[in-house]
Design a protein around this ligand. Sequence first.
Ligand code: CUA
Length: 177
Amino acid sequence: MNPTALTITIAYSAVVLVACVAILIVWRSTHSFEPNRKDTTDTHRLAEGEKGWFIFAVVALAVLLLATLAFIPYGDNAKAEGQQEVAVESQQFAWLVRPTTIKAGVPVRFAVTSADVNHGFAVYNDANVLLFQIQAVPDFTSHIVYTFKEPGRYQVVCIEFCGVNHDKMLGTFQVEP
Ligand code: CUA
């Protein structure tokens, strides 16, 4: 299992565990185990508490959003310092990536287009992990910015069915230190 898959597995397990505990707490708090229980619950106080929890949830979500927004690998940060421009042309059934050598650690702005039909421009690392993908569309140029952290060989795979040799529509480029 690669580190990304392991992180995702641990994160999902934690979320499931927390959800199970929450369900158990809710179930316990809504079931009475005494047959003739007198209800002495202060509903006004509960309503006030509900407002507090609502504000807590909103604040928690806002904090999570702001804390993770910067890690989203997409977006058009076209003005990045020293950014590399890479043109990607696609057609049945090949990729033309220019230049074929890219520098690691510097943002790369891919300009992706197609000469015929829709293709799916997907970039995988050496461990066959999908890093990002974007549609290659005829008469249109799609942009995506990505920074390669590791030097090495990267593979381009078409992930949009585009004809009889779709599965053979592969490409490669080199990322250098
Ligand atoms: Cu191009 Cu599938």
